[in-house]
Design a binder for this molecule. Structure first.
Ligand code: SAM
Length: 184
């Protein structure tokens, strides 16, 4: 694992590069990276304690195909060259349920345009939330952007092993999944 050094060289290699935004305590990314050794994973987590827990999981599994950042995703994404990323994983992002806070949601138009810029052609976004309102808002924004189409890609295994995935399942909450593919 390489922390903090952002290697632009990585993007010149012809590998599959995927990003998890808000990887929390690292349950998904550590398992996904272990199963998919052929892929390069970038995990971004804003909260330091969660970032440390993710780092520990990656180190314990001795994974060398993961790079982690303790940062806001927006800061890291700004440095990524266009047309380089295969897939974004965004699972249970902070829902900001109060109407006056919705503009803080990660999946707002400004950030959707950034994801579009750095995705490769046919690149994918996998998004899961247990907030119906966030699901609808994101679907509308992705379609309004016009650079994505709804896709029937099957989600990776274990997307619900995270703390929030488990919590939603234990509370019997509805879980909404959205998968889109970059069209142009
Ligand atoms: C509700 S938690 C979900 C965590 C994990 N994906 C899961 O399913 O358990 C959302 C996570 O995203 C992180 N986060 C929120 N906004 C972020 C941002 N702009 N950049 C990076 N991480 C962010 C939070 O710190 C939090 O750990």
């Amino acid at each position: 694992m390489r922390n903090s050094t952002f290697q632009q060289e990585l993007f010149k290699e012809k590998s599959i590069i995927e990003i998890e935004i808000g990887c929390g305590n690292g349950h998904f990314i550590s398992q996904y990276a272990e199963i998919n050794r052929d892929k390069y994973l970038i995990g971004i987590e804003f909260k330091e304690k969660r970032f440390i827990k993710t780092s520990k999981k990656i180190n314990e599994k001795n994974l060398d195909n993961v790079m982690l950042f303790n940062s806001r995703a927006e800061t890291i994404l700004a440095d990524i060259p266009p047309l380089t990323i295969d897939t974004f994983h965004i699972y249970f992002p902070d829902p900001w349920p109060k109407a006056r806070h919705r503009k803080r949601r990660f999946l707002r138009m400004e950030n959707i345009s950034i994801l579009h810029r750095i995705l490769k052609p046919h690149g994918k976004i996998f998004f899961i939330t247990d907030f119906f309102d966030y699901y609808i808002q994101t679907k509308v924004l992705l379609l309004a952007h016009r650079g994505f189409s709804l896709a029937l890609n099957s989600f990776p295994d274990n997307v619900l092993i995270s703390i929030y995935g488990n919590k939603s399942m234990n509370m019997n909450k509805n879980i909404y999944r959205l998968s889109v593919e970059k069209t142009d």
